[in-house]
Design a protein around this ligand. Structure first.
Ligand SMILES: *Cc1c(COP(=O)(O)O)cnc(C)c1O
Length: 475
């Protein structure tokens, strides 16, 4: 493409990298940033200006190419490059177990224990009693058994890994019978049928999407059958004309045919949520008590701990699972184990657990408390005194997320924000790109903040971020 005289003029005004390096050397803010980062920021800034000039001469003004402006742009870029890619965010979505936002915030006890273990050597695989090699799997086994009533237990990297490991151990090259109504897809492309294929197990679907009967399982059993599998339909529900086979019947059938029964619970849960007014979510204890041979669940969904896959069940089965070489590829690391052990210990006292574990606390948080936070936030925003800022309280609902309580709306009191002359999308973008990023949602053309998932000390940060936006927005 031919370059016009104005473009040529602008391109000639761009300094060289070395020239700009000398200019930025005087910038105090850049002294602590590694040279290679600064050089890279310079190259990228110049490249960006050059590209924009070549695209369209009018895209770049003369003043943008002034040395001071270029130095400022380099400083911004270099500072940005020094920020962590993985950063804390404020979850104002009201989705408690938000997979994209890291699922569960850890309890103080878990964080402290993790930090303590991280900074020092630990008895990760060393048996202090015997003074010789130990197993990392023994560190939470007794605790998991105590809490769930199972004979044996282990923890691996995540629940998808736990499912894979169990299927590979129990049903490699054999058929696994599962109801058509339970062929779950979890967000992030975890699909039960795909995991099965990977494990080398053969999927044998029975029943229909909405109805599966015991006779469907019975008729599907052959000498090739290796396992009966039940998967908790964690992120959806089939309602209306439905039938599913209960755990007790499946266990009885398994016993009768000498086949192991496995259940993937998805979001593992130790607490009867109905006593707090929530819908029933199956508990791990119920599955164990029903006689299921092996149960898998996540550490970081409703349980509120770190990412982990927990496997509990009969000793004979767990012995086989532990002996599978795949275990080595799915092994849990010491920081996760530390956080997991501390989280599990909190469950020894349920009253403590619901207070100390943030996921449970937010899930069980009652409307009056949320309304208190909403009022506090709304007041802070009104105190900014900008007539363009319209703030209202809204009766909306939060969600549990993480594939739990899919049909349950949790009543919440949200703050709706409108800034006259600007779209809610604009507010959403600016808050999302701030420091720390604030993630809310848009509903009915309003920017919505759900205080359920906002921590008390984050309310001021939200007010400050909006104050900054209001200040920058032209009236
Ligand atoms: C979430 C979920 C999984 C996957 O668990 P991760 O911990 O994300 O690996 C598997 N099965 C079910 C039913 C789930 O809900």
């Amino acid at each position: 493409m031919p370059i016009d005289p104005q473009q040529q003029h602008l391109l000639r005004r761009l300094p060289g990298v070395d020239q700009l390096l000398l200019a930025v050397d005087e910038k105090a803010e850049l002294q602590s940033i590694p040279r290679r980062v600064v050089t890279r920021a310079i190259r990228e800034t110049l490249e960006d200006r050059r590209r924009r000039i070549l695209e369209q001469a009018t895209a770049v003004s003369e003043s943008e190419l002034a040395p001071a402006a270029l130095v400022a742009a380099v400083t911004r870029r270099a500072t940005q490059m020094q920020r962590y890619n993985l950063t804390r965010v404020i979850n104002a979505t009201g989705v408690v177990v938000h997979t994209n936002l890291g699922r569960s915030c850890l309890a103080r006890e878990a964080i402290d224990h993790m930090t303590a273990v991280a900074a020092r050597y630990a008895n990760l695989e060393f048996n202090l009693e015997a003074g010789r090699r130990g197993s990392r799997y023994s560190l939470v086994e007794a605790l998991l058994c105590e809490l769930t009533g199972a004979e044996a237990a282990m923890a691996v990297n995540n629940n998808a890994g736990a499912v894979l490991l169990c299927l590979d151990t129990l049903a490699r090259g054999k058929e696994v019978i599962i109801s058509r109504g339970e062929l779950v897809e979890i967000g992030g492309s975890f699909r039960i049928p795909d995991v099965m294929t990977r494990s080398g197990a053969l999927l044998r679907e029975v029943g229909t999407t909405n109805r599966t009967h015991l006779r469907d399982y019975q008729q599907a059993v052959t000498t090739a059958t290796g396992l009966l599998l039940k998967v908790h339909t964690s992120n959806y529900a089939i309602v209306g004309f439905t039938a599913a086979v209960g755990l007790a019947d499946m266990v009885a059938l398994g016993r009768q045919l000498n086949l192991p029964v496995m259940e993937d619970l998805g979001s593992g849960n130790f607490i009867d949520l109905t006593q707090y007014g929530l819908a029933a979510e199956p508990t791990v204890q119920e599955s164990v008590a029903a006689g299921v041979d092996v149960v898998t669940f996540s550490g970081d969904k409703l349980l509120g701990g770190p990412q982990a896959g927990l496997i509990v069940g009969r000793k004979e089965i767990l012995d086989q699972v532990k002996a599978n070489p795949l275990t080595r590829a799915l092994r849990i690391d010491k920081l996760t184990l530390a956080a997991l052990e501390a989280t599990l210990r909190l469950y020894r006292d349920e009253a403590q657990a619901v207070k100390r574990i943030p996921t449970l606390r937010m899930l069980l948080c009652q409307r009056p408390e949320i309304e208190g936070k909403a009022r506090c936030l709304a007041e802070g925003l009104r105190d900014l005194g900008d007539p363009r800022l319209e703030v209202s309280l809204r009766d909306l609902t939060s969600r549990a997320g993480g594939g739990a309580l899919p049909l349950m709306d949790l009543p919440s009191c949200c703050v709706g924000i409108r800034l006259a002359g600007h779209s809610p999308n604009r507010i959403e973008t600016l808050l999302r790109k701030g420091q720390p990023p604030i993630i809310g949602r848009i509903e009915d053309d309003l920017y919505i903040i759900d205080p359920r998932t906002v921590q008390d000390d984050e309310l001021d940060i939200i007010v400050a971020a909006l104050a900054e936006i209001v200040k920058r927005m032209p009236a």
